[in-house]
Design a binder for this molecule. Sequence first.
Ligand code: FAD
Length: 392
Amino acid sequence: MVVVGAGMAGVQTAVALRERGFQGTVTVIGAEPHQPYDRPPLSKAVLLGKAEGSAFEVDFEALGIELRLGREALGVRPDAHELDTEAGPVPYDVLVLATGAEPIRLPGTEGVPGVHLLRTLDDAERLRPVLARQHDIVVVGAGWIGAEFATAAREAGCAVTVVEAADRPLAGALPAEVAAPMTSWYADAGADLRTHARVVRVEPGEVVLDDGSRVPAGAVVVGIGARPATAWLAGSGIQLGAHGEVVADERLHTSAPDVYAVGDCASFPSGRYGERLMVHHWDNALQGPRTVAAAVLGETSAVYDPVPYFWSEQFGRFVQYAGHHKSADTTLWRGDPSGPAWSVCWLRENRLVALLAVGRPRDLAQGRRLIDAGTEMNPDLLADPARPLKAA
Ligand code: FAD
């Protein structure tokens, strides 16, 4: 077994194989030189220096998992069952692609000093002293990463301006009415959110916006999304989708024999939601590997059809989302969105398909189960935040 990518999905695949009794060799090849680590703490405790690192607590040696770190995979030749790496070809019986995603760069800022991304431990370590020096910071993008970085930068005492091209935060993830209450979170935390704004140029010490205004910027942090890290698969014949993701089937098998794909680099057909999903969240990199391990070991019932889940910690709030909604789904509120704790439910034919919980982890836990079960709900009872989330 050869796994490419030593992030959450790659490591969990190796661990899941051993947990299920796989006896063969397991080799994990990763481009980063560091001991494999978890990414969510990078925009939280690690950034603020509250945690030194976030290495996975996995005893690779005891599990018989060989790590080859600091080594990039350069290509796959499925017919030969060989992976090409910087250190030469590696033969495989079964290959798992788990190369994750890489952040999208702001055009024109490559190599410009003071412009940062936040994806890796190295990125977080470069940003830590920037926060400690309390620079003026411009965050580009009010998505999940932008909001978490802005939170940490305010906590560190930096002046923070967030520049967002859309009319609201999280425009790509949430409908306008749900994101609306989040706009005030920025101001409440002392961050200046500029919507309908784009950075046109980064100059020493400031950024120039498309309305001609100039914002002081000791550092710029770009959080405008991520795309699957799959450029290295060009020419392999392995099918990639519209976003460059590896197209996997319901067992996370790719178009090439004996090659699977899991985590941020892949998409899979969701039977539950009737569409192909590409999920860039931690829980997907935990659950998907269990399906891969089961499939590799020949368990034909292993089908990947999760209720996607993620969380975000921003501006002192714990935000959680489970499921997947579409604009046609009915939105139903539980609680007052101007308060500290509220939830939004999305219903399709009276069944819960998704739920966003702000400071209501119990709603999330109960809602996730109801989504999974496809239970029919009574919308009138659901809207009462004092009632536990449960079937009619
Ligand atoms: P990755 O973690 O990206 O790992 C892929 C690994 O493959 C990388 O180490 C990469 O270097 C390596 N690689 C790439 N190409 C090659 C190659 N050619 N050869 C060898 N190795 C290669 N999700 C949440 O649900 N909640 C959160 O609060 C949250 N916070 C986050 C905060 C930050 C700062 C970031 C960046 C992400 C956060 N996420 C969060 C998302 C979550 O961390 C990812 O979904 C998860 O890391 C995906 O795991 P992965 O293994 O698929 O990919």
